[in-house]
Design a protein around this ligand. Structure first.
Ligand code: CP
Ligand code: NVA
Length: 307
């Protein structure tokens, strides 16, 4: 099993499957009132250098739900904001807590913290990856569609952190992934190449209609991610035609599901009609983050070895 969660590329097919199945079990157990205490006596620091509603609260609830203590630290309130080296922060925090959940800008921050920490470091979003989100999204797809490998997943919009993590997931799990991204907003080149070498059903092109054709799963995300501040106007122009609307949705399978990691900008990347429509699973998707984070914490911090 993995030590840190840096990105999805580090997982084997078997490890991903175990984690997803475990998150589904934990969800059912919570519904039945079954309690867990695998993190009893343990504390987990959440160090966030970007805003968050879902990831922060779902991780905090997951830690409490496993009997542990969550400590939230806004990056700006720590000595990181006064340039304390990451390698020192990693080693000091490792003396106090049993795991670190980190949301930041550069992927290199996660890499350096993980290189120096002696406790697990979990990537809770960088400019390059959003692995926790895609893990819970895979769980949602499995719940709704009963399988993962024979589906067509459409990504429409920015080739951002979410798109990069979907690419890594497709490379490992083998499902068809068709991305429609405008010129200049493609996913990370290295990740794309890595994923395409492993899965010949990955296609990057420019037409939202091609991505939508017979899709089982639709994915939309904001046109401007955290860190893209100041580019909103030029991005709105570049992404004209990349809105997930009813006409596009109707090109997919009649039972296709609509996913969005949220927060959503209604009227930009997705219409109100589609986001609130019968095919949207966005609130189950948001809920599943908590169950998946429990499965992750159990495996990485609690030493749980489900199989
Ligand atoms: N989906 C997601 O990561 O949301 P937050 O930014 O609110 O954590
Ligand atoms: N791509 C978005 C995801 C937010 C959860 C961002 O990075 O801002």
């Amino acid at each position: 099993m993995i030590t840190h969660l840096r990105s999805l590329a580090q997982f084997s097919l078997e490890e991903l499957s175990i984690l997803i199945e475990r998150a589904i079990v934990l969800k059912h157990e919570k519904q039945q009132g079954i309690l867990h205490n695998v993190l009893e006596g343990k504390s987990i620091a959440l160090i966030f250098e970007k805003p968050s509603t879902r990831t922060r609260v779902s991780f905090e609830s997951a830690v409490y739900g496993l009997g542990g203590q969550a400590l939230f630290l806004a990056g700006r309130d720590t000595q990181l904001s006064r340039s304390e080296p990451l390698k020192d922060t990693a080693r000091v925090m490792s003396r106090y807590v049993d795991g670190m959940v980190v949301r930041t800008h550069g992927q290199e921050v996660i890499e350096e913290l993980a290189d120096y920490a002696t406790v697990p470091v979990i990537n809770a979003l960088t400019d390059l990856h959003h692995p926790c989100q895609i893990l819970s999204d895979l769980m949602t797809v499995l719940e709704k569609k009963g399988q993962l490998d024979k589906l067509k997943v459409a990504w429409i919009g920015d080739g951002n952190n979410m798109a990069n993590s979907w690419l890594e997931a497709a490379a490992i799990l083998g499902f068809e992934l068709v991305l429609a991204c405008p010129e200049g907003y493609h996913p990370n080149e290295k990740i794309l190449k890595w994923a395409m070498e492993r899965n010949d059903k990955i296609l990057l092109q420019h037409s939202p209609e091609v991505a939508a054709e017979n899709a089982d799963v639709f994915n939309a995300d904001v046109f401007s991610s955290m860190g893209d501040e100041g580019q909103e106007e030029e991005r709105l122009k570049a992404f004209a035609g990349y809105q997930l609307n009813q006409a596009l949705l109707e090109k997919g399978q009649p039972d296709a599901i609509v996913m969005h990691c949220l927060p959503a900008h209604r009227g930009e990347e997705i219409t109100e009609e589609v986001l609130e429509g019968p095919q949207s699973v966005v609130f189950d998707e948001a809920e599943n983050k908590m169950h998946m984070h429990k499965a992750l914490l159990e495996a990485l911090v609690g030493g749980h070895t489900a199989s």
